[in-house]
Write a protein that binds this ligand. Structure first.
Ligand code: 4AD
Ligand code: MG
Length: 431
């Protein structure tokens, strides 16, 4: 037998004697019996300690337990229909591994600021642990889908010489005396890698000095960025809807315990099936106008507009062909209507707004050179990127999926700050 068992593996082991290692979430006594709830990251189990069945040492140690003390417990696994895992532990021996005095996160309600200040401890609570497990499963599903469809994982640099997504949200760093920036998006490099490998994707942290204090914005977030050679705008949308549907289906199948811990209503998730509805920017303006939220042609959507448009459908919705003037320099204009870009945002239902941004990229060297000028971007910094158009330029497309926004929607969480272990926001870089 193994030296110790994970709590998740106890069920079915009755009536074996096992050892469990974990932390005390709470304990209560009923005279000569103590009930100790122990968690180890895989699950929680109740350990029952009877004064007349253990040594004086074990009894003393048990009586002195405090919240989050680390313990080593040996005992017999017993069936208990009322217990979460279907079993409890009849303790023979209990020893303290690490003491815990005055644990700050008491079982009472705490405000979010206090919890974020103690994020290093908050992650131990069942709900937060479930979010992090859900995140891990979502990342696994994203990568499984892309790996299975011939996408090669290729990592772009994090320290970069230039902006990919506008110069206003750059985090600058001193790179041996030269100016450099933390990457806002690996896209430009992914385009180079797609010309080498065909289908590629990156999976890594990206950084934006966003002055937005909303429930959707982080200053450090993780993005998956597929880039595909010989792929037009329509095919790009198909990849996005297939990927997102796959992830949702995978989570329904493999993260049901986490979704249950989060109290997630599963019905809306079950309705997420491809193809997703497609609404042009112009059609979206029409819908917003009818709803009493009029915008002028060329205006950008705010959070309220995205929330409304997303709520019109049960699956995520693509808003496509945005006015080109306010969009990124690399987006290809629609040949049939050059004032709009072959770009789309994917808006999640249930009020979560944009989860994916993507586009077909400009493949003409002349047009790209002109766009760089119009956007006042220095030609020399982007010269390597121009090479991709000078040497065998092809139609290509890609997109960026924000992992935290996806986790927030799938888990139906209030704020993206709970979807990443240690959130970095406008007001927080601690702990
Ligand atoms: O729409 P964005 O800015 O697109 C790009 O960066 C493209 N270069 C991607 C590409 O085509 N390869 O960002 C993509 C996604 C958004 O849809 C959103 O989900 C997420 O990244 N995102 C953020 N998530 C959290 N906090 C922020 N501040 C975010 N900014 C973008
Ligand atoms: Mg976007």
């Amino acid at each position: 037998m193994k030296e110790w068992q994970r709590i998740a593996d106890l069920s079915g082991l009755e009536p074996e004697s096992v050892t469990v290692l974990g932390w005390v979430t709470h304990h209560r006594s009923s005279g000569r019996i103590e009930f100790v709830a122990i968690r180890d990251g895989t699950g929680e189990v109740q350990a029952v300690v009877r004064a007349d069945a253990v040594s004086a040492e074990t009894w003393e140690a048990t009586r002195a337990l405090t919240q989050e003390a680390a313990v080593r417990v040996s005992g017999q696994v017993r069936a208990d229909a009322r217990a979460p895992g279907g079993v409890e532990l009849l303790v023979g021996e209990l020893a303290l591994v690490g003491a815990s005095a005055d644990y700050p996160l008491t079982p009472k309600e705490h405000g979010t600021d206090f919890l974020m200040e103690h994020r290093h401890l908050w992650v131990r609570t069942p709900r937060q642990a479930a979010v992090l497990r859900l995140r891990a499963r979502i990342i696994h599903a994203i990568r499984a889908f892309l790996d299975d469809h011939g996408f090669v994982l290729a990592d772009p640099p994090i320290i970069t010489p230039a902006a990919a997504e506008g110069t206003t949200t750059l985090f600058g760093i001193d790179y041996f005396g030269e100016a450099a920036y933390l990457s806002q998006s690996g896209q430009l490099y992914m385009e180079a890698l797609a010309m080498a490998l065909g289908r590629v994707y990156s999976f890594g942290p990206t950084f934006r000095a966003e002055k937005s204090k909303t429930r959707r914005h982080l200053s450090e977030f993780w993005m998956v960025e597929p880039e595909i050679a010989f792929c037009d705008f329509d095919e790009n949308l198909v990849w996005q809807e297939e990927l997102v549907s796959y992830v949702v289906e995978d989570v329904l199948r493999h993260a049901s315990r986490e979704l249950e811990t989060l109290g997630r209503d599963l019905d809306p998730l079950k309705k997420v099936q491809p193809p997703f509805p497609r609404l042009s920017y112009d059609e979206a303006l029409g819908r917003l106008g009818e709803a009493g939220m009029p915008l002028s042609w060329g205006d950008d959507f705010g959070a309220a507009h995205e929330t409304y448009l997303g709520s019109l459908f049960s699956a995520p919705v693509f808003i496509h062909r945005f006015p080109a003037a306010h969009k990124a320099f690399y987006m290809k204009p629609d040949p049939l209507r050059p004032e709009v870009a072959l770009a789309a945002d994917l808006l999640a239902p249930e009020g979560y707004g944009e989860i994916v941004g993507g586009s077909q990229r400009i493949d003409s060297p002349d047009l790209l050179a002109r766009r760089l000028q119009e956007h006042h971007l220095p030609a020399d910094t982007y010269d390597w990127y121009m090479d991709l158009r000078r040497y065998g330029s092809v139609p290509h497309s890609g997109f960026g999926l924000g992992v935290e926004r996806l986790v927030a929607w799938v888990g139906k969480l209030e704020h993206v700050r709970e979807t990443i272990p240690f959130a970095r926001t406008l007001t927080r870089v601690w702990p």
